[in-house]
Design a binder for this molecule. Structure first.
Ligand SMILES: [Zn+2]
Length: 505
């Protein structure tokens, strides 16, 4: 009985793996195999010529584009994104690469890029985003789908677009401790699959024979166990053994691959199941081989990657999470629901605090470098959780701290803080592309953060703003902002100003 049971389970898993969890694209997760081969050849030539590459830490700037639909909904969870970057730096520890957030996250609200990041309109939006904020970074777009929808045999989880030199990854792959992003970054740094050629045509005794006597599969030389053709066959690397894409339909619990498949010398193939570039799943911890690490280093030092060699060294100081939430105290009721000051302790080496205030479907998110923030969007008579996660551009492993906060139906009488004498915003409504003037009369000097949020809570615009005593005229250039309703917020340590802005076409 036990035997039968386990057979059934393993067949079930096999089916699941084949039906839903095909990991990458219809034939490959790189859109131009030939171009990748050229890169491998060039990088191998550079390595063979004895090119000396630094073995010290390489810091790779990453621009994460967090994509949502037109209404700002559906975006990946920021905490998952921070966890993912933390995992990535553990996964690449032995390679010498470290990845850091280049100038904050970029938010894109565009349904086409969100749902179909391989079609014209979505790609055009992504090109715009890269041009404006991602010129000197590895660009990673986190979307709902990683193609224009599902493919016949499963779902594409992520891919590297070689011509645009960017990675697209499904948001459900972020922060779950799987290796999808590490795999795609492997492609970005010129790595092929160990099962190159077999991507859409995994080994099958009926079609390919056993022993496998054919020499090529989809134009790619078939690699032999004895190493005699490892420089040119498969992934063109000699320290990764042959793999005829046995991983695609293998049990996702990753037992040893024990099907006896022989190459044309009748040598039995033993694939490296825990290689990041294989299609085996569930084989943690995964590895990059030495040859793979060297090839990635050569690609980093090639002309193709000059834009990410910025020479910038991010803050390497670790964050030991000693953050404590100060106020309001856990499980208390806010004095007024529409004006709550959240406060926490400063954490050494943290440059940013991510704040999430949540009740049911409502989610308010903020980023700040201060240790307090004033929230005006909470609703009456609700139970909220509010959490704070400290991080810096390189260190995103600290856990959040969370408190519960209840609201009643009491409102604050004065929304604007005391130092504000008057606020004017014009024109409002404004037309797309029109410059908006913000006039603030203040009775003190005060620094603050000026930001614009979509109604879904996504930050569209942010800058530091100095307020002088007297009349301040602040011009807001909102060229890139689409029509819709927005919230303008000036947050200071003495309270916030909040105003609605309507932008029409
Ligand atoms: Zn791949």
């Amino acid at each position: 009985m036990r035997f039968l049971y386990s057979v059934l389970i393993s067949q079930l898993l096999l089916f699941t793996a084949f039906g839903q969890e095909i990991r990458y694209a219809d034939y490959n997760c790189v859109d131009n195999q030939e171009m990748l081969t050229e890169r491998v050849n060039e990088n191998k030539k550079a390595l063979a010529a004895g090119m000396a590459f630094t073995r010290e830490k390489i810091y790779v700037p990453v621009k994460f584009h967090l994509v949502a639909d037109d209404g700002g909904l559906g975006r990946v969870d920021i905490e998952d994104m921070l966890d993912q970057l933390c995992d990535l730096n553990v996964e690449f520890e032995d390679t010498g690469f470290e990845f850091y957030i280049d100038n904050g996250f970029n938010f894109i609200d565009n349904t086409q890029a969100f749902e179909a990041p391989t079609l014209g309109a979505g790609v055009a939006e992504m090109l715009r985003a890269r041009r404006s904020v991602g010129q000197e970074a590895l660009n990673i777009f986190v979307t709902l789908n990683a193609r224009q929808g599902d493919i016949e045999n499963g779902t594409v989880l992520g891919f590297y677009a070689i011509e645009n030199d960017w990675i697209v990854i499904r948001k459900n792959q972020i922060g779950n401790s799987n290796n999808t992003l590490a795999h795609e970054i492997g492609h970005y740094f010129s790595l092929k699959h160990p099962h190159s050629g077999w991507e859409s045509d995994p080994w099958d005794a009926g079609r390919h024979g056993n022993p496998v006597l054919i020499n090529r599969i989809n134009g790619v030389q078939i690699e032999l166990v004895d190493g005699s053709n490892c420089e040119t066959a498969g992934d063109q690397l000699c320290d990764t053994p042959p793999d005829y894409n046995f991983g695609l339909a293998w049990d996702s619990r990753c037992p040893p691959f024990d099907v006896v498949v022989q190459d044309r010398n009748t040598d039995t193939i033993v694939p490296q199941q825990n290689n990041y570039m294989s299609y085996f799943i569930g084989c943690e911890p995964y590895i990059f081989s030495t040859d793979q690490s060297n090839l990635m280093m050569a690609e980093y030092n090639s002309g193709r990657k000059s834009s990410i060699r910025t020479g910038f060294t991010p803050n390497q100081a670790n964050i030991v999470n000693t953050l404590e939430l100060i106020s309001p105290e856990n499980n208390t009721t806010a004095e007024a629901y529409n004006g709550v000051l959240l406060e926490w302790t400063a954490v050494a080496n943290a440059s940013t605090y991510f704040i999430k205030v949540r009740s049911g479907q409502q989610e308010i998110i903020r980023f700040t470098d201060k240790t307090e923030i004033y929230i005006t969007e909470m609703l009456p008579d609700k139970t909220y959780t509010w959490s704070v996660t400290p991080y810096n551009e390189l260190n995103t492993c600290a856990n959040k701290k969370t408190n519960i906060l209840k609201t009643n139906d009491v409102t604050t009488a004065t929304i604007d803080p005391d130092f504000i004498e008057s606020v004017q915003l014009f024109p409002n409504p404004a037309r797309t592309g029109e410059q908006i003037q913000l006039l603030i009369e203040s009775n003190t000097t005060q620094s603050g953060s000026l930001a614009i949020y979509s109604t879904a809570g996504a930050m569209i615009y942010q800058r530091e703003q100095q307020i002088k005593t007297g009349l301040n005229q602040i011009s807001l250039d909102l060229n890139h902002i689409k029509s819709g309703l927005y919230m303008l917020s000036l947050s200071t340590s003495k309270g916030n100003i909040e105003r609605k802005i309507l932008i029409n076409n």
